[in-house]
Ligand binder design. Structure first.
Ligand SMILES: Cc1cc2nc3c(=O)[nH]c(=O)nc-3n(C[C@H](O)[C@H](O)[C@H](O)COP(=O)(O)OP(=O)(O)OC[C@H]3O[C@@H](n4cnc5c(N)ncnc54)[C@H](O)[C@@H]3O)c2cc1C
Length: 441
């Protein structure tokens, strides 16, 4: 079964690796990758000895132990990774607030603490009395779940920065498992100053000692070098008898990890309805700015959230040089700033660096005279935006794809909010299905 895998990010690479590890003939697999190297969103970049993850600070953690171990083993095993405790905070005015926010109310100024607690209890009480089910729109959901105080002081301003849309533009179904959800007792405790933890499944993470997160995709890809065609964009997909043609070449099976939104321009005979559904899927792009600092050390933080407009356009800052001692030259350190933009908006101009640095200075995170240089990378596909038409568009898209036998995989291949470990888990399952199909002949 001659197989083409479109895209050599972690999804495409993992699929190829799992197939080959299970005995699928490697010569029957070809990966098409538009970029000059593998890795996709997991890529890292090194400038003057400073390494950063170009799509925002990435960490390795998973609820699926075997999948995570497989990723580590591909990249040199446990010894090639640093184990880190997650230290995450919210920069609230001039204070450090414990993350998740509702587990950190006691760190807030008294009035904000009161507003948040009052709103939280009112919302909790309303739910108890009414037995209401979760609202389907995100903005309504935030108030239903957290109350007006947390909405006003954190959720609304922070989400406006990340999503660049009105809160009710989005639906609430993506929040399960992503927006932490503390028990009411923990919120009461945290408000009066008793420390509580939330979101413990991510309290430890792993990071490659060398080379940034990309060391993982480099490791997965190392066994596939003869199978990957880099700098080879897919420009045309055509159905043929029993399979598909990729750039004119016939394959029995094609798995695409390319963004669904891009498929209509590649599959020219696609009917109007699924093409329109795919093109209309909403997503955000991201510009990540490395700030190289002439300072040896940071506070012991992994990353922080910046909810206030006065802190500039950055929504999240990763303390990149804390991830591994090899991320910055000796005696230096680095921050990585994430700024999202609506994919339909123009890429921010050079004023972005000025605004980012001014915001970080205002937030008390750096002094201008410590900044050695900045470096930026913009990535078109960063976040799936879950608006109210998301499910309908996806259904239309997948009905078509199933009809024509085009399989998709990956964060934007399936338009799901997946981390790299989930991409690996889904690639493992798809490999199992494809092997079964190949055996059946
Ligand atoms: C801000 C941010 C933070 C994240 N943090 C984490 C984290 O901490 N931990 C974690 O595990 N995950 C994290 N993720 C998620 C992770 O980056 C993705 O889940 C994963 O990299 C997606 O891999 P993929 O292979 O599905 O897609 P991609 O990496 O997008 O791969 C698709 C590939 O297709 C190629 N391509 C595109 N068009 C064409 C074409 N026409 N022809 C050929 N090739 C083409 C692209 O160049 C790319 O290499 C984060 C993501 C973002 C945006």
């Amino acid at each position: 079964m001659k197989t083409a895998i479109l895209g050599a990010g972690v999804s495409g690479l993992a699929l190829a690796r799992f197939l080959i590890e299970a005995g699928f003939p490697r010569e029957l697999i070809s990966l098409f990758e538009a970029g000059p190297r593998v890795g996709g969103l997991c890529a890292s970049k090194t400038v003057d000895g400073f390494t950063y993850d170009v799509t925002g600070g990435h960490i390795l953690y998973s609820k699926d132990g075997p999948a995570m171990q497989w990723m580590k083993d591909c990249a040199g095993g446990d010894a090639a990774f640093v184990k880190r405790d997650r230290h995450t905070k919210i920069r609230f005015e001039d204070r450090w607030v414990h993350y998740p926010f509702e587990n950190g109310l006691g760190d807030l100024p008294p009035q904000a603490n009161f507003d948040c607690l009052k709103g939280y209890i009112e919302a909790w009480h309303r739910r108890q009395v009414s037995g209401s089910s979760a609202p389907t729109r995100f903005g309504d959901w935030v108030r239903w779940r957290f109350g007006d105080g947390i909405a006003k002081h954190f959720m609304d301003p922070y989400n406006a920065k990340v999503w660049k849309r009105e809160p009710n533009f989005m639906s609430s179904d993506w929040v399960a498992g992503r927006v932490p959800d503390a028990p009411v007792d923990d919120v009461l405790r945290s408000s009066v100053g008793i420390r509580t933890e939330g979101y413990t499944h991510q309290s430890i993470f792993y990071y490659p000692l060398e080379g940034g997160f990309q060391a993982i995709t480099d490791g997965i890809g190392a066994a596939l070098l003869d199978r990957v065609r880099t700098s080879t964009p897919v420009t045309e997909l055509q159905r043929s008898s029993g399979g598909w043609r990729v750039n004119g070449e016939a394959f029995d099976c094609v798995v695409s990890t390319l963004a669904l939104t891009d498929l209509p321009q590649l599959v020219r005979e696609m009917p109007a309805a699924p093409a329109q559904a795919m093109r209309s899927l909403e997503f955000n792009s991201i510009t990540c700015i490395l700030v190289a600092l002439d300072r040896a050390e940071h506070p012991n933080l992994s990353w922080i959230y910046l909810p206030h407009a006065s802190q500039g356009p950055t929504n999240r800052v990763t303390y990149m040089s804390n991830y591994s001692p090899r991320m910055a030259p000796a005696g230096k350190s680095s921050l990585l700033c994430e700024v999202t933009h609506d994919s339909k908006a123009p890429t921010p101009g050079p004023e972005l660096e000025r605004e980012v640095l001014a915001g970080l200075e205002h937030a008390g995170l750096l002094r201008r005279d410590e900044v050695l240089f900045t470096d930026r990378v913009t990535t078109r596909f960063a976040y799936v935006v879950f608006d109210e038409l998301y499910h309908a568009r996806r259904r239309e898209a997948f009905d078509y794809l199933e009809r024509v036998g085009l399989t998709t995989l990956g964060r934007f291949g399936r338009f799901e909010y997946d981390n790299s470990d989930q991409c690996v888990i889904k690639a493992r399952e798809l490999a199992r299905q494809l092997l079964e199909r190949a055996r059946r002949g």
